[in-house]
Ligand binder design. Structure first.
Ligand code: CA
Length: 223
């Protein structure tokens, strides 16, 4: 079964070029030009990945992305017309998996689609850079070494690992880890992550599993 990519783009020519390249690379494609059509279609026939243009008639990509994230973790690559916009979008924490700026080469888009899909597959615990997590015992074993994590460190690692490749801001991580946010600050997350990375480094000196994205947050990614 080939993966289906839903192209949401109102510039017909661009959509058709993208579709050609994707099909040549073995993907199935679907195309929508109207922002209003996206959610019904996604609910009815979930694609494997969505290429989502930001500026669309009737409903913008921003709103659509947010709404899809309320019920699905389907990979989304946002397409924007300006580089500066990417920073703003990241700040909005839409939960998109990647961002591409126009003008782009269709070849590059195909490459990004493949990378994001590969990441989603790597989600499976099997490919975790030698890491095994046992949520019942709050135990994390890396390359045969027990990392000896605190409950909070375990929760952080477990959450990031389950959502490997996805970038989370400190606020998002706090939401996930603490039931009562009043007791913590952004810095608390930083300090837990710091300790967590130290323990990972002790068990696997040349392996970075938790990456910090400057000014944005953190993500889990095994090399
Ligand atoms: Ca557009």
């Amino acid at each position: 079964m080939n993966a289906t990519v839903l192209i949401v783009e109102d510039e017909e020519k661009l959509a058709s070029i993208l579709g050609d390249y994707l099909r040549q690379s073995g993907f199935e494609t679907a195309w929508l030009a109207d922002g209003n059509q996206v959610l019904p279609q996604v609910r009815e026939r979930m694609p494997d990945l969505i290429l989502l243009d930001l500026m669309l008639p009737n409903r913008d990509g921003l709103e659509i992305c947010k709404e899809i994230r309320s019920f699905s973790q389907v990979p989304i690559i946002m397409i924007t017309a300006r580089v500066e916009e990417i920073d703003r979008l990241l700040g909005l924490e839409l939960g998109a998996d990647d961002y591409i700026c126009k003008p782009f080469s269709p070849r590059e888009v195909v490459a990004r689609v493949k990378t994001v899909l590969r990441r989603t597959v790597e989600h499976q615990p099997a490919n975790s850079g030698g890491l095994t997590l046992d949520p019942d015992k709050f135990m994390a074993v890396l390359n045969g070494h027990d990392l000896d994590l605190t409950a909070v460190e375990f929760k952080l690692l477990h959450f990031l690992h389950q959502n490997a490749g996805r970038i989370y801001s400190r606020t998002q991580l706090m939401d996930r880890i603490y039931s009562d946010q009043r007791i913590v600050s952004d810095r608390t997350i930083d300090s837990h992550i710091k300790k967590l990375r130290k323990k990972i480094a002790a068990a696997a000196p040349d392996q970075e599993l938790i990456h910090s994205i400057y000014g944005v947050g953190y993500k889990f990614e095994a090399a």
